[in-house]
Design a protein around this ligand. Sequence first.
Ligand SMILES: NC(=O)c1ccc[n+]([C@@H]2O[C@H](COP(=O)([O-])OP(=O)(O)OC[C@H]3O[C@@H](n4cnc5c(N)ncnc54)[C@H](O)[C@@H]3O)[C@@H](O)[C@H]2O)c1
Length: 327
Amino acid sequence: MNPQLGEKLLYLSRADVAAVGLTMSEIIAALELMFREKGEGRVEMPPKIGIHTMPDAFIHAMPAAIAGKNASGMKWVGGFPDNSKRGLPYITGLLILNDFETGVPIALMDCIWITAQRTGAATAVAAKYLARADSASVGILGCGVQGRSNLEALTATFALKRVFAYDTHGDRAAAYGQEMQKKFGIEAVVVSDPKEAVIQSDIVVTAGPILRKPHATIQRGWLAEGAFASLVDFDSYWHPEALKECDKFTTDDVPQLHHYRDIGYFQNIPPIHADLGELATRRKPGRESRQERTIACNLGLALDDMAVAPLIYEKAKDKGIGTWLRL
Ligand SMILES: NC(=O)c1ccc[n+]([C@@H]2O[C@H](COP(=O)([O-])OP(=O)(O)OC[C@H]3O[C@@H](n4cnc5c(N)ncnc54)[C@H](O)[C@@H]3O)[C@@H](O)[C@H]2O)c1
């Protein structure tokens, strides 16, 4: 038994979490394992509940447990669209880890890094089942935190040659292009028209703002035959007719998608082919031909965080990172 159990918890600051050095490949593997557990029904995740203090903003409670990993806890995460005007991140929050057998809190950590990395990793897990294995180009629409972590996860999964970068702020796309080229050694093409980032890409990631009423920029005929798209910003970027063109529309959790639909999102999407647990356990097929157009709309699950946080906690203890606080 952990001698600190019930006496102290490990506090990990934003810098501590990053300093632990968990790799994207480790995160992708942890998420894939978790989605298999989910597919087998061995997880617990009640729907998100939340409070809403400002327009289009949320603070959500995200509890989850993964029996096979002895993982349990909750993320308390805020998303505030206007934070950037104050120099603050859009996403902020904390994550509590609980001991699986006693419920005692064992760790408290900043959740910005986990949220960024696990969301990119979820795209990569979906892409493994839904994208062509020889995918070489990625279109990123929205060159922020998610634009970065999604590309990082995709470079860990595919032999990418090129990224097409689009952002409504051209300077952000330009800085992103330079950074990604240097970091991953791939060619970065900065484009000023979103269509150019979609039509030429084997994989498309949309990561702009989430809106109840989609801005529906991406039109029918843009997503290439054989391409895969990851909708990190829900259906906000896509015209319903463009979504209808896909052969397989998937998500990470169907009840959660229905919940969002009930509160006004996802009013015009295609039928759901599978969730990611069904793909990871092969209960439902992923891509079946080179021609198919496939889409994953991963909403972001408490389970994603719970798949990753225990790894950070264990590595932090091994490396002596963090501050022990008395309970
Ligand atoms: N599905 C999930 O699991 C999940 C998890 C975390 C965040 N998100 C969502 O991902 C999105 C991006 O989050 P982030 O943390 O990267 O935000 P961010 O603020 O770091 O980046 C967003 C970028 O999008 C750009 N942008 C705004 N409107 C655009 C448009 N129409 N087209 C192209 N670019 C546009 C902004 O200039 C900015 O560079 C948000 O909508 C967030 O809610 C989803």
